[in-house]
Design a protein around this ligand. Sequence first.
Ligand SMILES: NC(=O)C1=CN([C@@H]2O[C@H](COP(=O)(O)OP(=O)(O)OC[C@H]3O[C@@H](n4cnc5c(N)ncnc54)[C@H](OP(=O)(O)O)[C@@H]3O)[C@@H](O)[C@H]2O)C=CC1
Ligand SMILES: O=C(CO)COP(=O)(O)O
Ligand SMILES: [Zn+2]
Length: 349
Amino acid sequence: MLHPIELPLKIVIGDNALNALPDLLTELGVKGKQTVVISGPNVWRKFGEQLRAVLEDVVEFEKLDAKEASTVYAEELSETVREYSPRLVIGFGGGKSIDLAKYVAYKLRLPMVSIPTSPSHDGIASPFTSLKGFDKPFSIRTVTPVAIVADIDIMSSAPIRLIRAGAGDLVAKLTAIRDWKLAHRLKGEYYGEYAAKLALLSAKHVIEYAAEIGRGAKEAIRVLVEGLVSSSVAMCIAGSTRPASGSEHLFSHALDVLAPGRALHGEQVALGTIMMMYLHGGNWKRVRKTLIRLGLPVKARDLGIEDELVIKALTIAHRLRPNRYTILGESGLTWEAAERLARITGVID
Ligand SMILES: NC(=O)C1=CN([C@@H]2O[C@H](COP(=O)(O)OP(=O)(O)OC[C@H]3O[C@@H](n4cnc5c(N)ncnc54)[C@H](OP(=O)(O)O)[C@@H]3O)[C@@H](O)[C@H]2O)C=CC1
Ligand SMILES: O=C(CO)COP(=O)(O)O
Ligand SMILES: [Zn+2]
């Protein structure tokens, strides 16, 4: 099978990484050119002046609001951005701002720079975008960010819940990889061993530093961010989200379909990982303990998700992405099997 591997050209990670932007933009050939920054209100209030100070001597820039992560808004934003005829789009914020910037860049065929302000999931450096309103509840391919600037001072100031969720998205690779291998063996699906190992490494890395990440310790945030970037790169190499998303993600997508916005992506996939690891016959108790060390909820009700919703989501998850074979199989779980699974693993009482 042939697929193009598109990787970021440059990744800058570290304290005060924002200060590397002038050199980076010069290298990208956009010095003095028009640039659009897409950012949300909270992030802009907190860090807007800092970014403005770094950008204003290098590029002409316009800041546009990341109002909501929907396709309707992303289309509207693309048309607004077009009017500025920019040479570059910058996403500055959490997943919402990064995804909107990726989508706009994709629509207008522009390069995109990702400046994440929270380590909340592994979309920060991947070519995949997740917005409400696509036909399906999962990500679509847009553009690989040409560069990523991960300022650890800024990212470690994100709310602790977002930090823990990012770690949850990496622990999820434990079952995502098992699902991919299973699909390879049972269905002959392409399996990229290198991409799989890279994604798995990102999970092992956060597991090793779980307690420190759970406390939000600054030195551990760097570990987490490197893991998120490495998982993103695994997706770039695989050409799909396969190394990063399996049955545990299907469970989270099912929750989003049934009851949008209950919990964060990483929190939901983490819960899914406990249950899917049980189905795979792996050490699900160890997954559960790791999530507790990370400070992540291991009970659905602690995320405001009722028991019935967990069971319903488990029964519909297999239908959401029929081309992505997982441990849930083609016919999925019955209500009784789903309830048993959720109870045995302690996700519901
Ligand atoms: N592309 C992909 O692969 C994936 C994408 N997603 C998508 O990502 C989005 C969720 O991303 P997520 O990052 O969790 O949430 P958001 O981008 O919605 O950010 C959550 C909140 O945190 C704020 N925030 C971000 N950084 C900081 C900071 N350093 N300090 C204080 N506040 C901060 C945001 O402010 P503000 O409002 O100003 O932005 C916002 O209010 C969803 O749309 C989801 O669908 C999820 C998984 C994978
Ligand atoms: O969240 C992701 C990877 O962590 C993206 O996965 P999906 O392709 O299932 O949306
Ligand atoms: Zn994910």
